[in-house]
Write a protein that binds this ligand. Structure first.
Ligand SMILES: *Cc1c(COP(=O)(O)O)cnc(C)c1O
Length: 483
């Protein structure tokens, strides 16, 4: 079943002199390379590329492509990552030569269509967030966090305030404290109460005039909307601090509530999550940020602006923190987001979020009979179960469940995040899955919890490799092939 050819590197399959195609020698005079280029710029010989027949090259890559799971092949309930279906039409649009072949240094007069797309995307993101200042530059969500904190730092510097602390929630994504540390802030953690929401008393105790920003995720990583959000944001504002919204969970609230209306001052979007851009495997994402009107002057430049019918890159801005990326951002993913937003429109986006919440609650109502779900009777677009009882009673951990579910043809949920839940199993189905898929997943999960312990502990049994040493894979990765 396992294809041996597919385990080999393409370099190992190479045989000297083997060719994909054999062409007749040209019957036109061919100039010597040394007649065209100075000798010091010529290579000593051909590059050491693998030599294979065309069929073997095709098989090699097609087989490799089947060794992983993707949203196109499997249900992918990876909590916090919003692995929704990626409409193929958006892929086709992004590969149109008029978009894909544009050079970033091309004259603006020749890229008016592109600039209009980006301008209108800025407008839409500003509208959905209720925060009108928009920069499309950051290259990922984490980069958006970093950029927005640099904007916040510029704001306090200009006011002459020496604030040096960023508060993060204990259920936050690890990028929140990491971004704060990169901007030079000390971080303090605000704990969650037993209900999984921000413990307002703990926030009050940790809030003082040194606090620059409170970074929060709402709905939070437990899939719960913080019912005291207005009180929380007012408390921070009253002490002169800013609220940063980690927008990774926007899929739950599109067109329903605007972060700017509940008190966020700055936020990022993850268009590769919320707006269906393909992601995973380290591929390009984007992390556009939106800020309150009075903070917009600190945003990175350039920003696309409109003057009558003409669109242009505005590089001006004395207070700007400067560029955070070469050229204009990951435009391919931004174009897909634009196409997604225009396809759904306002009412459609609201429907996206309502369906995401409905799907998650349906699955929650089934999973509750299999695993404990410690926080919340209902959820937003995702929920966090725990395998703690299963571990105590049968010795099966969240990791064992995650590994075994692969054999049933499902990607694993997120495990061991957020840290506030022991043996966490974080499930986010997204709105693009059918009831039948959700039922099949719940049934597979139930079966795994009932199976023989040894069978589950040795899983997965059907994948290319079974259980790699994940510490060694991260600390001592072998990423270079040596002949
Ligand atoms: C994904 C995610 C991030 C980071 O976003 P990237 O685009 O992966 O850099 C931050 N916070 C939360 C809650 C996330 O789920």
């Amino acid at each position: 079943m396992r294809n041996q050819q597919a385990t080999k590197l393409i370099f190992e399959l190479s045989r000297p002199g083997r060719r994909a195609a054999v062409l007749d020698p040209p019957d036109l005079p061919v100039p010597e390379a040394s007649d065209c280029l100075p000798a010091e710029h010529l290579a000593d010989g051909p590059p050491p590329l693998p030599e294979l027949a065309e069929g073997d090259v095709v098989r090699h890559f097609v087989n490799l492509s089947t060794q992983n799971m993707s949203v196109d092949t499997h249900f992918y309930p990876l909590g916090s990552c919003t692995m929704k279906y990626n409409p193929k039409r958006n892929e086709r649009l992004a590969s149109l030569p008029g978009f894909a072949a544009v050079h970033p240094l091309q004259d603006e007069a020749t890229t008016q269509g592109w600039l209009r797309v980006l301008y209108e995307l800025q407008q839409m993101l500003g509208e959905i967030s209720g925060l009108p200042g928009v920069s499309l530059q950051p290259a990922a969500g984490a980069h958006g966090e970093l950029t927005a904190l640099m904007v916040a730092a510029a704001h306090f510097r200009q006011r002459g305030e020496a604030r040096d602390i960023v508060l993060t929630a204990d259920s936050a994504h690890g990028t929140n404290p990491a971004s704060a540390a990169m901007v030079g802030y000390e971080t303090r953690t605000v704990v969650s109460g037993p209900d999984g929401l921000v413990d307002v008393d703990d926030l009050r105790a940790k809030l003082d005039d040194r606090v620059a920003v409170f970074m929060l995720t709402n709905p939070n990583t437990l899939g719960l909307f913080d019912s005291r959000i207005r009180e929380i944001t007012s408390m921070v504002h009253d002490r002169g601090g800013l609220i940063y919204l980690d927008g990774a969970n926007m899929n739950a609230i599109l067109g329903i509530v605007r972060p700017g209306d509940f008190g966020a001052d700055l936020m990022h979007y993850n268009p590769h999550k919320t707006f269906s851009g393909p992601h995973g495997g380290g591929g390009p994402g984007a992390g556009p940020i939106c800020v309150r009107e009075d903070l917009a002057r600190f945003l990175p430049r350039p920003i696309v602006r409109r003057d009558g019918d003409r669109y242009f890159w505005d590089e001006e801005g004395e207070d700007s923190i400067g560029r955070v990326r070469s050229f204009f951002g990951n435009q391919g993913i931004l174009l897909r987001a634009f196409a997604y937003l225009r396809t759904y429109g306002g009412d459609g986006l609201r429907q996206v979020s309502e369906d995401a919440v409905l799907g998650a609650n349906y699955l929650l109502s089934r999973v509750r009979h299999i695993l404990d779900v410690p926080h919340g009777e209902r959820c937003m677009h995702e929920f966090v179960a725990t395998a703690a009882r299963l571990k105590k009673e049968r010795g099966l951990s969240a990791m064992d469940l995650a590994k075994r579910i692969l054999d049933f043809g499902f990607h694993a949920p997120t495990v061991y995040f957020p840290l506030v839940v022991e043996e966490a199993v974080m499930i986010e189905p997204t709105e693009t899955e059918s009831k039948e898929t959700l039922d099949a997943f719940a049934e597979a999960l139930f079966r795994v919890t009932e199976e023989a312990v040894d069978l589950v502990k040795d899983a997965p049994h059907t994948t290319r490799i079974s259980r790699p040493d994940d510490v060694a894979a991260s600390r001592r990765p072998v990423i270079r092939w040596t002949p």
